[in-house]
Ligand binder design. Structure first.
Ligand code: ADP
Length: 478
């Protein structure tokens, strides 16, 4: 493309051309037309043409130079054609008016031209800047027009996908992509960029696997539609980040956690059996110290077992191996049984079931017991010794709801979503001292969502928290 913007405006070329044109007009009048007055009217048209041409070509400077030469030439004509006084006066007046008009035209056209150049230059600069950024980014970028035809790609794309994406490549319903999701090849119409184009959406962080050079790559793909002022989609851009190194570390870590928790589980189970048989053999009524030690050992072993079980659950969740045994259950009874079991573990805090509607749901008894236990033990852990815990089981909008309320530390608004993430613990001086790994709520959320329910929290820092979960009610035919 021509770099119009980088042009510098010349006044010499217009000067020489208009002088030559004046000489030629004089030559025409005397030599060709043989009439010194023959060039009057034509000269006006010829020179206005010149002014227009040069002010557009060379900007204000070119236009003004031509105008100046033209006016000098007009005056030359007026004084060399032996005009009578009246003719002389009219001609000078006309030249004066024409001069004003010419300067105005030259100024306006020249200014338009220069502004146009300036805008083009700025546009080019911006484009170049954008192009440099796109090429330097550590992620792959593909930009398409509104028909899904690729108009721009950066260098990284080839490394990330293992193949080149040529300009003009069509992304559409019939495109075969290199992407896989859960082992199934992904059609062009399921790619984020296609969805962005078709629905005008923004898609953030969709995970795909790509086969490249015989190995798997893990990609995170985002896409956004680009709209014009009338909100019509005119293009789409996709950003592809290569997460393979992180993903490989994560997979190795998951493998390790899975293996370690399995290895830990076996000796722990035997330890528990040995402790039980030791308890039977020792005469604990007489030896109070030994009794106390044994209670501590049992407590610690139970905690260790809980941690190992949580670790195993997390790794089963990661690998999709957490299984459920589903049956029709009375949720209120599961909650009540759990409370009775847990009440023994806290002497000062009372766990009170303030509402227990008889509700039947379809679920896994052991897993739901696990969720309720987690919510109640958290409520105990994160509140003070004298603060009771209130539990409710009730019905709302065809869902069974369980709520667990404490009046303890509470959770700040910005933490309320994050506590359900894997291994998330609030980093707060007041909370740090409590033992835990941040796995409980993550496991609970997974269990509840697999039951097609939801889990959430309402809380105010310093005022306590209420955790809720909902489960679909069984619909009986009447
Ligand atoms: P942890 O094993 O650390 O308790 P959880 O997943 O059960 O793990 O909880 C995650 C974090 O959420 C906890 O570390 C704690 O900071 C916060 N939390 C959970 N329940 C409560 C509660 N009832 N009150 C205040 N904070 C809580």
């Amino acid at each position: 493309m021509e770099h119009l913007g980088e042009k510098s405006y010349s006044w010499k070329f217009p000067l020489i051309t208009s002088i030559l044109m004046a000489i030629f007009t004089e030559f025409y009048a005397y030599e060709i037309a043989k009439d010194p007055k023959a060039n009057g009217l034509p000269a006006i048209f010829v020179f206005i043409g010149l002014i227009l041409y040069f002010s557009f070509r060379e900007g204000i400077r070119g236009g003004f130079t031509t105008t100046l030469v033209t006016l000098i030439y007009y005056l030359y004509i007026i004084y060399t054609r032996n005009l009578n006084e009246e003719e002389l006066n009219t001609s000078i007046e006309t030249t004066f008016v024409l001069g004003m008009l010419y300067f105005f035209i030259a100024g306006t056209v020249g200014w338009l031209r220069q502004t146009l150049d300036h805008v083009i230059e700025r546009e080019l600069e911006q484009r170049q800047r954008l192009e440099t950024i796109i090429q330097q980014l550590p992620v792959g970028i593909v930009i398409t027009d509104k028909e899904g035809k690729v108009v721009q790609v950066n260098r990284q794309i080839k490394d990330i996908l293992g193949v080149e994406v040529p300009i003009g490549y069509q992304i559409g319903e019939n495109t075969i992509t290199k992407f896989f999701k859960k082992g199934i090849p992904v059609n062009g119409s399921d790619t984020p960029i296609y969805k962005a184009l078709k629905y005008g959406d923004t898609i953030v962080g969709d995970d795909f696997v790509v086969e490249r050079n015989g190995r798997q790559g893990f990609l995170q793909v985002s896409a956004a539609a680009i709209h014009n002022r009338e909100d019509k989609v005119i293009a789409a851009a996709t950003i592809i980040a290569d997460n393979t190194p992180q993903k490989e570390v994560e997979l190795r870590k998951d493998d390790f956690v899975n293996m370690a928790s399995h290895e830990l589980k076996t000796p722990l189970t035997s330890m528990k059996l040995y402790i039980d048989s030791l308890e039977k053999r020792l005469n604990l009524i007489e030896d109070l110290k030994a009794n106390e030690i044994l209670i501590n050992i049992k407590d610690q072993t139970a905690r260790l077992q809980k941690l190992v079980n949580d670790l195993l659950d997390v790794s089963r969740l990661q690998t999709g191996k957490l299984t459920f045994e589903l049956e029709n259950l009375r949720l209120d009874e599961v909650v009540e049984d759990t409370i009775n079991l847990l009440q023994n573990s806290t002497r000062s805090q009372k766990i009170i079931l303030t509402q227990k509607d008889p509700l039947t749901i379809y679920g896994d008894k052991f897993r739901l017991y696990q969720v309720i236990t987690n919510l109640i033990t958290n409520a105990i852990k994160y509140s003070h010794a004298y603060q009771d815990i209130l539990v409710k089981v009730y019905k709302k909008d065809n869902m069974a709801i369980v709520s667990v309320q404490d009046f303890g530390l509470g959770i700040a608004k910005e933490e309320q979503q994050k506590i359900f993430e894997r291994l998330y613990q609030i980093n707060d001086d007041t909370i740090k001292t409590f033992p835990g790994f941040g796995m409980g709520l993550f496991i609970s959320r997974e269990i509840i969502t697999r039951h097609r329910g939801e889990i959430w929290v309402e809380s105010e820092k310093g005022r306590g928290s209420t955790f809720y979960f909902s489960l679909p009610l069984i619909k009986y035919e009447i």
